[in-house]
Design a protein around this ligand. Structure first.
Ligand code: MD3
Ligand code: FE
Length: 215
Protein backbone atom coordinates (compact mmCIF):
# COMPACT_ATOMS: atom_id res chain seq x y z
CA UNK A 1 0.00 0.00 0.00
CA UNK A 2 1.48 3.38 -1.04
CA UNK A 3 1.69 5.80 1.90
CA UNK A 4 2.59 9.38 0.95
CA UNK A 5 3.55 11.97 3.57
CA UNK A 6 2.09 15.16 2.06
CA UNK A 7 3.10 17.50 4.90
CA UNK A 8 3.92 17.05 8.60
CA UNK A 9 0.94 15.14 10.05
CA UNK A 10 -0.76 14.58 6.67
CA UNK A 11 -0.64 11.07 5.18
CA UNK A 12 -2.28 10.05 1.87
CA UNK A 13 -3.06 6.45 0.88
CA UNK A 14 -4.20 6.56 -2.79
CA UNK A 15 -6.65 3.72 -3.50
CA UNK A 16 -6.81 2.54 0.13
CA UNK A 17 -10.26 1.04 -0.50
CA UNK A 18 -10.32 -1.43 -3.39
CA UNK A 19 -13.22 -1.10 -5.87
CA UNK A 20 -15.30 -3.90 -4.27
CA UNK A 21 -15.01 -2.27 -0.83
CA UNK A 22 -16.01 1.11 -2.32
CA UNK A 23 -19.16 -0.49 -3.77
CA UNK A 24 -19.95 -2.22 -0.45
CA UNK A 25 -19.46 1.06 1.42
CA UNK A 26 -21.82 2.90 -0.96
CA UNK A 27 -24.46 0.25 -0.16
CA UNK A 28 -23.86 0.77 3.59
CA UNK A 29 -24.21 4.54 3.12
CA UNK A 30 -27.51 4.11 1.29
CA UNK A 31 -28.78 2.43 4.48
CA UNK A 32 -27.28 5.22 6.63
CA UNK A 33 -29.09 7.82 4.48
CA UNK A 34 -32.38 5.90 4.72
CA UNK A 35 -32.25 6.15 8.54
CA UNK A 36 -30.60 9.59 8.66
CA UNK A 37 -31.55 11.56 5.52
CA UNK A 38 -29.09 14.09 4.08
CA UNK A 39 -29.82 17.62 5.33
CA UNK A 40 -28.59 21.00 4.16
CA UNK A 41 -26.54 22.62 6.92
CA UNK A 42 -26.75 26.41 7.34
CA UNK A 43 -24.13 28.96 8.37
CA UNK A 44 -24.22 30.21 11.95
CA UNK A 45 -25.87 33.65 12.28
CA UNK A 46 -26.62 34.24 8.55
CA UNK A 47 -28.45 30.95 7.91
CA UNK A 48 -26.90 30.78 4.41
CA UNK A 49 -27.16 27.17 3.23
CA UNK A 50 -24.01 25.12 2.53
CA UNK A 51 -23.59 23.78 -1.02
CA UNK A 52 -22.58 20.43 0.54
CA UNK A 53 -25.33 18.18 1.97
CA UNK A 54 -24.55 16.17 5.10
CA UNK A 55 -25.54 13.32 7.34
CA UNK A 56 -23.71 11.36 10.04
CA UNK A 57 -23.31 7.91 11.54
CA UNK A 58 -21.87 6.85 14.87
CA UNK A 59 -22.72 8.06 18.38
CA UNK A 60 -22.43 11.77 17.56
CA UNK A 61 -23.07 13.85 14.47
CA UNK A 62 -21.86 17.29 13.39
CA UNK A 63 -24.61 19.79 12.57
CA UNK A 64 -24.70 23.51 11.77
CA UNK A 65 -27.52 26.02 11.77
CA UNK A 66 -28.21 29.66 12.74
CA UNK A 67 -27.38 28.88 16.37
CA UNK A 68 -23.91 27.50 15.63
CA UNK A 69 -21.80 24.41 14.91
CA UNK A 70 -22.01 21.44 17.29
CA UNK A 71 -21.99 17.68 17.76
CA UNK A 72 -25.24 16.07 18.88
CA UNK A 73 -26.57 12.50 19.31
CA UNK A 74 -29.80 13.08 17.33
CA UNK A 75 -30.62 13.93 13.69
CA UNK A 76 -31.72 17.58 13.48
CA UNK A 77 -34.84 16.84 11.38
CA UNK A 78 -36.00 13.37 12.45
CA UNK A 79 -34.89 13.55 16.11
CA UNK A 80 -33.67 9.93 15.84
CA UNK A 81 -30.22 8.67 16.91
CA UNK A 82 -27.62 8.51 14.13
CA UNK A 83 -27.26 5.01 12.60
CA UNK A 84 -24.27 2.87 13.61
CA UNK A 85 -20.94 3.24 11.84
CA UNK A 86 -20.50 0.61 9.10
CA UNK A 87 -17.83 -2.02 9.86
CA UNK A 88 -15.69 -0.88 6.90
CA UNK A 89 -15.30 2.54 8.56
CA UNK A 90 -14.41 1.15 11.98
CA UNK A 91 -11.80 -1.05 10.27
CA UNK A 92 -10.34 1.93 8.38
CA UNK A 93 -9.92 3.80 11.69
CA UNK A 94 -8.14 0.77 13.25
CA UNK A 95 -5.89 0.47 10.18
CA UNK A 96 -4.96 4.12 9.78
CA UNK A 97 -5.61 6.29 12.84
CA UNK A 98 -2.86 5.02 15.16
CA UNK A 99 -5.12 6.04 18.04
CA UNK A 100 -6.25 3.61 20.76
CA UNK A 101 -9.89 4.76 21.13
CA UNK A 102 -12.71 4.25 18.64
CA UNK A 103 -14.14 7.07 16.51
CA UNK A 104 -17.33 8.65 17.86
CA UNK A 105 -18.56 10.50 14.77
CA UNK A 106 -18.53 10.03 11.03
CA UNK A 107 -19.61 13.08 9.05
CA UNK A 108 -20.82 12.17 5.55
CA UNK A 109 -20.49 15.04 3.05
CA UNK A 110 -22.19 14.83 -0.35
CA UNK A 111 -20.94 17.08 -3.16
CA UNK A 112 -22.78 17.57 -6.42
CA UNK A 113 -20.75 18.90 -9.35
CA UNK A 114 -20.93 22.57 -8.26
CA UNK A 115 -20.47 22.10 -4.50
CA UNK A 116 -17.38 23.31 -2.65
CA UNK A 117 -16.17 23.91 0.88
CA UNK A 118 -14.27 27.06 1.82
CA UNK A 119 -11.04 26.99 3.83
CA UNK A 120 -11.79 26.28 7.50
CA UNK A 121 -10.41 24.60 10.60
CA UNK A 122 -12.15 21.69 12.36
CA UNK A 123 -12.22 22.75 15.99
CA UNK A 124 -15.58 21.66 17.37
CA UNK A 125 -14.01 18.56 18.95
CA UNK A 126 -12.62 18.41 22.49
CA UNK A 127 -9.88 15.90 21.65
CA UNK A 128 -7.30 17.37 19.26
CA UNK A 129 -4.88 14.55 20.18
CA UNK A 130 -6.95 12.20 18.04
CA UNK A 131 -6.43 12.44 14.26
CA UNK A 132 -9.15 12.85 11.63
CA UNK A 133 -9.37 10.10 8.99
CA UNK A 134 -11.03 10.97 5.66
CA UNK A 135 -12.22 8.59 2.90
CA UNK A 136 -13.29 9.76 -0.56
CA UNK A 137 -15.83 8.07 -2.87
CA UNK A 138 -16.96 8.99 -6.38
CA UNK A 139 -15.76 11.98 -8.38
CA UNK A 140 -12.25 13.32 -7.75
CA UNK A 141 -11.97 16.49 -5.66
CA UNK A 142 -9.36 19.22 -5.66
CA UNK A 143 -8.48 19.50 -1.97
CA UNK A 144 -6.45 22.37 -0.50
CA UNK A 145 -4.53 22.39 2.79
CA UNK A 146 -2.49 25.10 4.48
CA UNK A 147 -1.08 25.73 7.93
CA UNK A 148 -2.72 26.69 11.19
CA UNK A 149 -2.91 30.40 10.24
CA UNK A 150 -5.43 31.74 7.76
CA UNK A 151 -3.72 33.35 4.75
CA UNK A 152 -0.60 31.16 4.85
CA UNK A 153 0.79 29.07 2.01
CA UNK A 154 -1.42 26.20 0.80
CA UNK A 155 -0.91 23.12 -1.34
CA UNK A 156 -3.52 21.35 -3.43
CA UNK A 157 -4.03 17.64 -3.82
CA UNK A 158 -6.45 15.55 -5.90
CA UNK A 159 -8.55 13.08 -3.90
CA UNK A 160 -9.89 10.17 -5.94
CA UNK A 161 -12.42 7.46 -5.11
CA UNK A 162 -11.02 5.06 -2.51
CA UNK A 163 -8.31 7.43 -1.26
CA UNK A 164 -7.70 7.80 2.49
CA UNK A 165 -6.14 10.79 4.24
CA UNK A 166 -4.99 11.18 7.83
CA UNK A 167 -4.62 14.52 9.63
CA UNK A 168 -2.86 14.35 12.95
CA UNK A 169 -0.33 16.19 15.05
CA UNK A 170 0.35 19.70 13.75
CA UNK A 171 -2.00 19.13 10.77
CA UNK A 172 -5.00 18.54 13.03
CA UNK A 173 -5.75 22.28 13.16
CA UNK A 174 -4.66 23.10 9.59
CA UNK A 175 -6.91 25.17 7.32
CA UNK A 176 -8.39 23.02 4.55
CA UNK A 177 -11.20 23.00 1.99
CA UNK A 178 -12.50 21.64 -1.30
CA UNK A 179 -11.92 23.93 -4.32
CA UNK A 180 -13.89 21.90 -6.85
CA UNK A 181 -15.25 18.56 -7.96
CA UNK A 182 -14.12 17.04 -11.27
CA UNK A 183 -17.59 16.05 -12.48
CA UNK A 184 -17.81 12.70 -14.22
CA UNK A 185 -14.34 11.51 -13.16
CA UNK A 186 -15.77 8.38 -11.47
CA UNK A 187 -18.63 6.01 -12.26
CA UNK A 188 -19.01 4.75 -8.66
CA UNK A 189 -22.08 6.83 -7.77
CA UNK A 190 -25.09 6.42 -10.07
CA UNK A 191 -25.85 10.17 -10.28
CA UNK A 192 -22.12 11.12 -10.13
CA UNK A 193 -20.93 13.52 -7.41
CA UNK A 194 -18.63 12.86 -4.47
CA UNK A 195 -18.97 11.56 -0.93
CA UNK A 196 -16.40 12.32 1.75
CA UNK A 197 -16.42 10.55 5.09
CA UNK A 198 -14.55 12.00 8.07
CA UNK A 199 -14.02 9.77 11.08
CA UNK A 200 -13.50 11.70 14.28
CA UNK A 201 -13.04 11.45 17.99
CA UNK A 202 -15.12 14.18 19.67
CA UNK A 203 -14.76 13.76 23.45
CA UNK A 204 -11.58 13.19 25.41
CA UNK A 205 -11.24 9.52 26.23
CA UNK A 206 -12.11 8.57 29.80
CA UNK A 207 -8.93 8.66 31.94
CA UNK A 208 -9.66 5.17 33.40
CA UNK A 209 -10.38 3.64 30.01
CA UNK A 210 -6.98 4.77 28.75
CA UNK A 211 -4.93 4.05 31.89
CA UNK A 212 -2.07 1.62 31.49
CA UNK A 213 -2.56 0.87 35.22
CA UNK A 214 -5.94 -0.79 34.57
CA UNK A 215 -6.22 -4.28 36.10
C1 MD3 B 1 -7.57 18.56 7.90
N1 MD3 B 1 -14.27 17.83 4.61
O1 MD3 B 1 -15.87 17.70 6.77
S1 MD3 B 1 -11.81 15.95 4.02
C2 MD3 B 1 -14.92 18.50 6.81
O2 MD3 B 1 -13.64 16.53 1.46
C3 MD3 B 1 -14.06 18.64 5.62
O3 MD3 B 1 -15.49 16.84 2.53
C4 MD3 B 1 -13.58 17.91 3.35
O4 MD3 B 1 -13.20 19.46 5.62
C5 MD3 B 1 -14.28 17.01 2.37
O5 MD3 B 1 -14.65 19.20 7.80
C6 MD3 B 1 -12.15 17.59 3.48
C7 MD3 B 1 -10.21 16.18 4.60
C8 MD3 B 1 -10.10 16.75 5.97
C9 MD3 B 1 -11.03 16.52 6.94
C10 MD3 B 1 -10.83 16.97 8.24
C11 MD3 B 1 -9.68 17.65 8.56
C12 MD3 B 1 -8.97 17.45 6.28
C13 MD3 B 1 -8.74 17.90 7.57
C14 MD3 B 1 -9.43 18.10 9.87
C15 MD3 B 1 -8.27 18.72 10.17
C16 MD3 B 1 -7.33 18.97 9.19
FE1 FE C 1 -12.95 20.17 7.66
Amino acid sequence: MTRLVVAPGVVHWPGYLPPAAQTALVADLREVARIAPFFQPRMPKTGKPFSVRMTNCGDLGWVSDETGYRYQPLHPATGAPWPPMPAILKQAWRDLAGYPHPPEACLVNFYQADAKMGLHQDRDEQDFDAPVVSLSLGDTAVFRIGGTQRGGKTVSLKLASGDALLFGGEARLAYHGIDRILAGSSALLPQSGRINLTLRRVTKPDACASSSLRA
